[in-house]
Design a protein around this ligand. Structure first.
Ligand code: HEM
Ligand code: HEM
Ligand SMILES: [Fe+2]
Length: 465
C-alpha cells in the first residue's frame, strides 16, 4: 500500500463480499423454486427472492466499484484521498440503505420496476451517496493536480452511471413510457458506462500486472470506449422491439446492438495483447487470472450470448425467457463480478501482508470453481431456455406445463450453481482469513519489488494536468 487512505478500499471490499455471499443464497433459493413444491411460497415467493438476488448483485458490484476506485485513484494521482472520513460515512450510509431496501422487499415495499425496484427514499439515498463519492474522488484529483487516462475513463464512467440513474427516479403511468426510460438506466449502464468503468480498471490492472506500456494501453482504451458508444447508445433499441414503440426501432436495435460485440472483441484482444507483449511478469498471477478472465468471459457472456438473441427475428421467440437469464448471468459475471474480484485480488496482498502475493491454492480453487460453475449454469439456463422457447412459444404449451417438462435442466442449474457457490465461498473465506494490516510501503520499496518496468513505467509516465 502506497497511501494510508487506500485502506478504505478494504472495508468496501469486505461489505461487497458479505453481500455477494447473500446474493448467492438468494440465487440458490430462487432456483429451487423452479422445482417446487415450495414450502416458503407465502413467506418468500419467487418474485421476492429474485428481486433480492438481483438487487444484492447491483449493490455489491457497485460497492466493489467504489472500493476499487478508492484504491486506484490515490495510486494513479499519487496522493492521499481527500477525506477518509467522508468515504466511511458514505460506506455506512450505502450499507444501511442496501440492508433497509432488502428488508423492505421482504415486506413487499418496492416499485416493481425490474432491477430498479428500490423505493424512492432508497433511490434518493443512492443519489446522495453517489454525490459524496464523486465529490471525494473529484477533490482528491483536484488536490493532486494530476490524473491518468485510465482514471479519467473510470471517473467519466462513474459520473455518467450516476447521471443515468436519474431517469429511474421518475414514475410514469404509461407502461410503455416507463419501460422506454427504464432502459436508459439499465441498458446504458451495462452496455455503456459500466463498460467504461470495467475498461478503466482493466487498463490499470493490465499496466500494473503485465508491465505493458501505459501510452499504448491508454490509446487503445480510447478506441474501445469509442466502439462501446458507437454501438451501445442506439443498441438500446434491442429492448424496444415488443414494448409498444414505433416499428423503426427494430432495424435500428438489430443493427447497432449486433455491432456491440466488436468492442468486446477489442477488449479481449487488448488484454491478450498486453500479456503477450510483456509476459506474466508480475508475481500476482491470481489477479492476472481474474483480469484476463474478465475480458474473455465478457466476450463470451455479453458478446457471443448477447449476439445470440439480439436480432429481432430471434428475440421475437426468446424475449423474456430463460435465454435472457442465460445471457444475463454470464455477461454480468464476466464483466462486472470478475473485474471487481480482479481489483480485490490485486489490492489485497498489500492490505493483508500475511498473504502470499502469488495467491493461495484456495484462491485458485475459488477462480476455477466459479468459472466452471458459471459456465455450467449458463449451459443449464441455455438448454432450459431452448426447451422453453420450443414448447411454449412454438408449440403453444402453457407456461407451467412447460416448466414441468424442463425440470431436468433446473436440476442441472442447481448442481452447477452449487459448484459456483463453493467457488464464491472459497473466495470469501480467502478474503477474510488474513487479518488486515495497513502498512504504508515507501515508493522505493514498491519500486524494488515491482517486475521489470511494471508499476514504475506507468507511474513515471503519469501526465500532470
Ligand atoms: C456486459 C455487458 C452486458 C450485460 C451485463 C448484460 C446483461 C443483461 C441483462 C441482465 C439482461 C436482462 C435485462 C432485463 O430483462 O431486465 C439483458 C438483456 C438483453 N441483452 Fe444484455 N448484457 C450485456 C451486453 C449485451 C450485448 C453486447 C448484447 C448484444 C449483442 C446484449 C443483448 C441483450 C438482449 C437482446 C437482451 C434482451 C433479452 C430479452 O428480450 O428478454 N447484451 N442483458
Ligand atoms: C448459485 C448461483 C446462482 C443461482 C442459482 C442463480 C439463480 C437465478 C435465478 C433462478 C434467477 C431468476 C431467473 C428467472 O427470472 O427465471 C436469477 C436471476 C438473475 N441472476 Fe442469478 N443466480 C446465481 C448467481 C448469480 C450471479 C453470480 C450473477 C451475476 C454476477 C447473477 C445475476 C442474475 C441476474 C442479472 C438475474 C436477472 C436475469 C433476468 O431477469 O433475466 N446470478 N438468478
Ligand atoms: Fe441491452
Amino acid at each position: 500500500m502506497r497511501y494510508r487512505s487506500q485502506q478504505v478500499a478494504y472495508w468496501y471490499f469486505a461489505v461487497a463480499m458479505l453481500l455477494f455471499g447473500l446474493q448467492i443464497v438468494f440465487g440458490l433459493l430462487s432456483a429451487t423454486k423452479y422445482l417446487g413444491p415450495d414450502p416458503l411460497l407465502y413467506v418468500l415467493p419467487f418474485d421476492v427472492t429474485k428481486v433480492i438476488h438481483t438487487n444484492l448483485l447491483v449493490v455489491w458490484v457497485l460497492t466493489g466499484f467504489m472500493g476499487a476506485t478508492y484504491w486506484m485513484v490515490p495510486d494513479e494521482s499519487r496522493t492521499e484521498l481527500y477525506s477518509v472520513r467522508l468515504a466511511y460515512w458514505q460506506l455506512a450510509l450505502w450499507a444501511v440503505m442496501g440492508v433497509a431496501t432488502i428488508i423492505g422487499y421482504l415486506f413487499r415495499y418496492g416499485t416493481g420496476n425490474k432491477l430498479l425496484e428500490q423505493p424512492l427514499p432508497s433511490k434518493l439515498t443512492v443519489v446522495v451517496v453517489m454525490l459524496m463519492f464523486l465529490y471525494n474522488v473529484g477533490m482528491t484529483i483536484r488536490k493532486a493536480g494530476r490524473f491518468t487516462t485510465s482514471e479519467g475513463v473510470l471517473l467519466i464512467g462513474l459520473g455518467m452511471a450516476a447521471v443515468l440513474y436519474l431517469p429511474a427516479l421518475l414514475e410514469f403511468e404509461n407502461y410503455t413510457v416507463a419501460i422506454f426510460y427504464r432502459w436508459w438506466t439499465i441498458h446504458l449502464w451495462v452496455e455503456g458506462v459500466w463498460e467504461m468503468i470495467q475498461g478503466g480498471f482493466l487498463a490499470y490492472l493490465l499496466i500494473r500486472l503485465s508491465g505493458a506500456d501505459r501510452e499504448v494501453m491508454e490509446k487503445w482504451l480510447y478506441v474501445i470506449v469509442g466502439l462501446v458508444f458507437i454501438a451501445g447508445i442506439l443498441g438500446t433499441a434491442h429492448h424496444y422491439y415488443w414494448v409498444g414503440v414505433p416499428h423503426y426501432w427494430l432495424p435500428i436495435g438489430g443493427f447497432f446492438s449486433a455491432l456491440e460485440p466488436v468492442a468486446l472483441i477489442g477488449m479481449a484482444m487488448y488484454a491478450y495483447g498486453a500479456i503477450r507483449r510483456t509476459g506474466l511478469a508480475h508475481p500476482n498471477t491470481l489477479a492476472l487470472h481474474w483480469t484476463i478472465g474478465s475480458a474473455v468471459f465478457t466476450l463470451f457472456g455479453a458478446g457471443v450470448l448477447g449476439l445470440a438473441h439480439t436480432w429481432p427475428s430471434v428475440n421475437k421467440w426468446t424475449h423474456g425467457t430463460l435465454i435472457t437469464a442465460m445471457h444475463g448471468h454470464a455477461a454480468f459475471f464476466g464483466a462486472y463480478a470478475m473485474i471487481v474480484m480482479a481489483m480485490i485480488t490485486y489490492a489485497l496482498p498489500a492490505m493483508t501482508p500475511d498473504r502470499r502475493e502469488e495467491g493461495s491454492s484456495l484462491g485458485y480453487w475459488a477462480f476455477w470453481l466459479q468459472i466452471g460453475g458459471m459456465f455450467g449454469m449458463t449451459l443449464s439456463f441455455a438448454t432450459a431456455g431452448i426447451g422453453q422457447v420450443y414448447l411454449e412459444r412454438i408449440l403453444g404449451l402453457g407456461y407451467l406445463d412447460t416448466q414441468l417438462k424442463i425440470q431436468v435442466h433446473f436440476l442441472m442449474l442447481l448442481a452447477t450453481g452449487g459448484i459456483f457457490a463453493l467457488g464464491v465461498g472459497a473466495f470469501i473465506w480467502d478474503f477474510f482469513r488474513y487479518r488486515p494490516r495497513f502498512e504504508v510501503i515507501e515508493e522505493s520499496a514498491v519500486r524494488a519489488g515491482a517486475p521489470a518496468g511494471a508499476a514504475l513505467t506507468g507511474a513515471s509516465r503519469i501526465r500532470a494536468v
